[in-house]
Every structure is written in C-alpha cells, then in structure tokens.
Design a protein around this ligand. Structure first.
Ligand SMILES: C[S@@+](CC[C@H](N)C(=O)[O-])C[C@H]1O[C@@H](n2cnc3c(N)ncnc32)[C@H](O)[C@@H]1O
Length: 274
C-alpha cells in the first residue's frame, strides 16, 4: 500500500524539476516515514477512497512546502516574468511572483517588516548569501537597500533557470550584482563570503536528511550574521514545539529571535555557532 501511495504522490509531472539525487533521498529516507507518520497521526482509513485521495493531496502539499517541488504555478511565474521585463519597477508584479511559491507566499505581507527588523540588527549588508533560496530573491525590492551583491544557491533546476532570468531583468534597474549557483547543500560547503547568510525554511529539512549537516554547513560559511528561519506550522504537527528545535538551540548561542504569523527567525552572529 505504501508503494502505491508513493507512486500516486509522484504522479505530478513537475516533480521532475527536483534533482534526481534529492528524489532518491526522498525515496529511501524521507518519504516512507513521512507517509507512515501522516497515516498514523491522522488515523487515515486506507479503505476509504476519499480519505486515501485526501491523504495523497495533503502529503503532496506538505512536500511542496519542504522541497518547493510539485510547483503548479511555474507557467504563471514565467508569464509574470515577461510582465516584469516591461515594468521592472512595479512592486505588485514582484508580489504576484512571490505568491507562486508556497514559502514566499506565506510571508508576502510581512516581507518589508522582516527585512527592517533584520537590518536594524545586522546593519545594511553589502553581500547576501541566500541558501536554498527558492524564489526569495524576488523580495529584493522589499529590502530597501541601495546597492547589493546577491548570491542565491538552490538545488531545483527550474528555480535556477528562473532566478537567472529574473536577475538579468532587474540588475540593470536596481543596483544589484548577482550570482546564481546550483548546489546541493548536503554535498557542498564552499560558498562565497557574505555579510549575511539567509537560510529560510530549509535547515530542519536538511538536518532530517543528514543529522549533523547544519553544524558542518554553518561552521564552513564565512559570514558576519546568519538569519535562519523555521516554519511555525510543521509537517503534520499543528505548532512548532520546543523539542523539535532542540538540536538547533544547542548549535546557536545568544540568538535574537522574532516571529511572524507563520515563521520564526533567528539572527545569530557567526562566532556564536557552536
Ligand atoms: C521550503 S523551501 C524554502 C525556500 C526559500 N528559502 C524560502 O523560504 O522562501 C526549501 C527550498 O530548499 C531547497 N532545497 C531542498 N533541499 C536542498 C538541498 N539539498 N540543497 C539545496 N537546496 C535545497 C528546495 O528546492 C526549496 O527551494
């Protein structure tokens, strides 16, 4: 039965956007326990067709949140990019693009406030390294920075293609220098130096894939500050509980924390990673 659910979950075409390696890892280490725990915690009766179909839909939705996969909005996003080319100062188009990715959609209304809070603490950065960026770089206009070097790192090929085109549109308009790198954070730990390193809604997932990876990654990065976020609503649990982040709290000292509706942010100096 589990195999059938996996096949049904993977039936979505856009799943092929995520690199094969991650799919393999999802197969072996992630997918089975995720599905089992979902079925158990939600008491799904697999004999009920309705419950089965709902379970497939819900699991797919949650995976989308974690991996940015299954994105059905890619077509729409590309059309919006064409609009942006004609009107690159129109903030509404940026918002519409951010709305096409589950992660950025959730913080759409909070972006300006989030960056204000971050830069009040860190000072205005010259260089930002955005790891597992998704399409978060589309929020650059909400950072209100005069000049910026922006390095986005992603695994998902479609996001990489999108980001390269996006930056080619906005670079001449805003004062930006960009780099877009396709890297698997589980295998690579060689990144350019930065003033701030963003890791939004990605670290707990990497840690699930490979225990100890977060420490190795954070230690290897040359930056002044990390800004690391976690969703407050997690896979199958209503709220983020203290226990779930115990591994992370051991890793960082003196973080400055703040919360939005759906997310908790930690601002940590590099020297406070243990
Ligand atoms: C939940 S999304 C967050 C996206 C973005 N940071 C944000 O908050 O808007 C997680 C992102 O991590 C990326 N990702 C997952 N595993 C990765 C890996 N091993 N290396 C690099 N990126 C990865 C996914 O492709 C996805 O875009």
């Amino acid at each position: 039965m589990l195999n059938k659910i996996i096949t049904d979950i993977k039936r979505e075409k856009s799943y092929s956007n995520v690199s094969n390696k991650i799919i393999r890892k999802l197969d072996n280490k992630i997918l089975m326990p995720i599905i089992e725990s979902y079925l158990r915690e939600n008491k799904i009766d697999l004999n009920s067709r309705k419950q089965y179909e709902n379970a497939v839909k819900e699991i797919r939705k949650n995976l989308e949140q974690v991996y940015g996969a299954f994105n059905p909005e890619i077509k729409k996003r590309n059309l919006l990019l064409k609009q942006l080319k004609k009107d690159p100062l129109n903030k509404e188009i940026y918002k519409k693009i951010l709305n096409t990715h589950v992660s950025s959609k959730e913080r759409l209304e909070d972006y300006e406030e989030i960056y204000k809070k971050i830069f009040e603490i860190t000072g205005e950065p010259r260089t930002i390294l955005d790891l597992a960026s998704g399409i978060n770089p589309v929020s650059i206009p909400f950072m209100n920075l005069k000049e910026i070097n922006y390095i986005a790192v992603e695994l998902n090929k479609e996001d990489i293609r999108f980001l390269k085109e996006y930056f080619s549109i906005i670079e001449p308009v805003y004062n930006i220098h960009s780099e877009v790198l396709q890297k698997n954070l589980i295998e690579n730990n060689n990144f350019p130096e930065s003033d701030i390193c963003f890791i939004f809604k990605a670290l707990d997932n990497l840690e699930t894939l490979k225990i100890g990876i977060s420490r190795r990654l954070l230690k290897s990065i040359s930056t002044k500050y990390f800004v690391i976020s976690f969703p407050t609503k997690t896979l199958y649990r209503k709220n983020l509980n203290v226990k779930r982040l115990a591994w992370f709290n051991k890793l960082v000292k003196h973080p400055i924390k703040f919360k939005t509706k759906n997310e908790i942010f930690y601002i940590v100096k590099k020297e406070n990673i243990y």
